[in-house]
Design a protein around this ligand. Structure first.
Ligand SMILES: Nc1ncnc2c1ncn2[C@@H]1O[C@H](COP(=O)(O)OP(=O)(O)OP(=O)(O)O)[C@@H](O)[C@H]1O
Length: 184
């Protein structure tokens, strides 16, 4: 009897490892990650121009979920870590001056494909090339005052969320009508 149970367990363990688990991985690998997160920041010009509400509205309206939000007076040190690839650029001193000139509203948004979709919603870095309907295309005219920041990759989003939030002040909450926007 004991041998029978042992054999039975071995059979199911083998089936799980060789068939069921790989099949589940394969089936779910093509699905967008509903817990994907990105960092969006309303820059000092956007805050000064009272655009925070309109920008939040666009992300809510699209169906993304706000899981973190705070207002920050950015230090030069934080900015140089955030824009570490740009520190050697000739425009960096003026970018630093602009980004530290007043508070920034920094947010974490969650949802399927949120990194890529946010970049589309925000629009081209240079507002003169940004399409109408994007945040930059609707609210700005110059690259040095382009209202908003959005992470440009999954890896960048992870790094920036850690940099700005250090794993704190982010809430996992359930959306009561999520089923109306995506499959649970
Ligand atoms: N030529 C420039 N002159 C002045 N400022 C610039 C210039 N190029 C970029 N910037 C500023 O530096 C920011 C970061 O530039 P980057 O090339 O990373 O573009 P982005 O990823 O679209 O912008 P962000 O990181 O702010 O979302 C831009 O949003 C803009 O504010």
């Amino acid at each position: 009897m004991t041998n029978f149970i042992r054999l039975h367990c071995l059979y199911w363990r083998g089936l799980w490892l060789t068939t069921i688990a790989p099949l589940l991985c394969l089936l779910t690998s093509g699905l967008p990650d509903v817990r994907e997160r990105t960092l969006i920041a309303v820059k000092p010009d956007g805050v000064q121009r009272r655009l925070v509400g309109q920008i939040i509205h666009r992300f809510e309206q699209r169906g993304f979920k706000l899981v973190g939000l705070k207002m920050v007076q950015v230090s030069e040190d934080l900015l140089s870590q955030h824009y570490r690839e740009l520190r050697a650029k000739p425009f960096y001193p003026s970018l630093q001056h602009y980004m530290t000139s007043g508070p920034v509203v920094v947010m974490v948004w969650e949802g399927p494909n949120v990194v890529q979709t946010s970049r589309k919603m925000v629009g081209h870095t240079n507002p003169t090339e940004a399409q109408a309907g994007t945040v930059r295309g609707d609210f700005s005219v110059h690259v040095s005052r382009n209202v908003v920041h959005a992470s440009d990759s999954l890896e960048g989003a992870r790094r920036e969320i850690q940099l700005w939030f250090q794993g704190k002040d982010l809430l996992n909450w359930e959306c009561c009508n999520q089923g109306n926007m995506m499959e649970d």
